[in-house]
Write a protein that binds this ligand. Structure first.
Ligand code: MUC
Ligand code: MG
Length: 367
């Protein structure tokens, strides 16, 4: 069970159409595939999606920090020494996606070694999650058409709508068009990626008060400390902290300050080990949890559903598991299938996925 090597392979897969939101846009999945090898010949896999506009990481930076700093610190440890690994990774500041991918590849390797699913190792609560689809910026009619396509093709009935543009009415018109076009049976919530001020957010939420929204996420920056507290105190839906509350300490700080009342858990930035800590904290604090999407590929989405399905709290709400559908291709031998609005965990050991060598050869950037 000893780690003998960690590979970091940059790859790029174009998107069919770019995903746009208040803090950035994504045209290609420029991710890093992480492979953890052990002395038993087992290989665990995960992917790191660098998000420079949120956490400052880049594809080249993720590969470099893994090769130069993290791999030498972890080679020689047993797969069971995950707390030692976490402590060693924590010596380096930042780099959440690089750390998370290593952590998840270690769990995958452990599952494969023990012939057990990662979901079972984590908690084993259920084997599937309802899916929420994230709708990027576009004209109202185009966003309604995309939601209708997702409902017709995959049975998805929960949508996270990107907002945070100016004027505020541009986005509230989209949300209204979605409610009018899709009817009352769909669940809608909004994510501003810090695009609005607190005052703009308050105006927008009043304008949308009759639309039956589930949640509001990161409408304004957490650094607008008093403004955000003022906003959250007047909302009648939970306010989800996403990029403002990555670590357990961030969650504690935001929630105790009255700047958030719910939390997004993203395995792409907290892996499985740290996501467990955020989950346990959220449970203790009595917070709603949504499994979020860091614009993950299929491998990242498998990780999200493996974690989300492991606990009651994380599987209660629809998880953001479908944005890989915007990609033109992927690396897995067997593509994921979202059906009847649900994504099931894979049946095999570990994460239950295999990387297609021909696809990796085609999309890798280091060859
Ligand atoms: C989200 O929930 O904000 C956009 C940027 C990012 O890092 O994740 C996405 C989705
Ligand atoms: Mg968000």
């Amino acid at each position: 069970m000893k780690i003998t090597g960690i590979e970091a392979i940059p790859f790029a897969i174009p998107y069919r159409k770019p995903l746009r939101f208040a803090s950035g846009e994504v045209h290609a999945a420029e991710h890093v595939l992480v492979r953890v090898h052990t002395d038993d010949g087992v290989v665990g896999v995960a992917e790191a999606p660098p998000r420079p506009f949120t956490y400052g990481e880049t594809q080249a930076g993720v590969a470099a920090v893994i090769e130069k700093i993290f791999a030498p610190q972890l080679v020689g440890l047993s797969l069971l020494e995950r707390e030692t690994m976490a402590a060693r990774l924590a010596r380096t500041v930042g780099n959440p996606a690089a750390k998370a991918a290593i952590d998840m590849a270690v769990w995958d390797a452990l599952g494969r070694t023990l012939d057990v699913q990662v979901t079972e190792l984590l908690g084993g609560y259920t084997d599937r999650m309802r899916v929420s689809h994230m709708l990027g910026f576009d004209e109202p009619a185009a966003m309604v058409a995309e939601a209708e396509r997702m409902r017709a093709g995959h049975g998805i009935t929960t949508f996270k709508v990107k907002v945070g543009r100016r004027p505020v009415a541009l986005d509230t018109a989209v949300v209204r068009a979605l409610r009018d076009g899709l009817g009352d049976d769909v669940e809608l919530y909004v994510d501003g990626n810090r695009g609005w001020t607190a005052a703009e957010s308050a105006v927008a939420m009043k304008e949308m008060a009759d639309l039956g929204l589930l949640f509001a996420e990161e409408l304004c920056p957490a650094d607008d400390v008093l403004g955000r507290r003022w906003l959250v105190s007047q909302l009648d839906v939970p306010f989800i902290a996403d990029e403002s509350a990555v670590t357990p300490a961030d969650v504690t700080r935001e929630v105790l300050a009255g700047s958030a009342t719910a939390v997004s858990v993203k395995t792409a930035r907290t892996g499985f080990t740290r996501s467990q800590r955020v989950h346990h904290l959220a449970e203790g604090l009595g917070l709603e949890v949504v499994m979020g999407n860091q614009i993950d590929g299929q491998l990242g989405s498998v990780c999200t559903v493996a974690f989300g399905a492991a606990y009651r709290l994380t599987s209660r709400r629809a998880g953001e598991l479908s944005n890989f559908l915007d990609m033109s291709d992927d690396l897995l031998t067997e593509p994921l299938d979202i059906r009847d609005g649900e994504l099931a965990i894979r049946p095999g050991a570990g994460l239950g996925v295999d990387i297609d060598p021909a696809k990796l050869e085609h999309y890798r950037q280091d060859a």
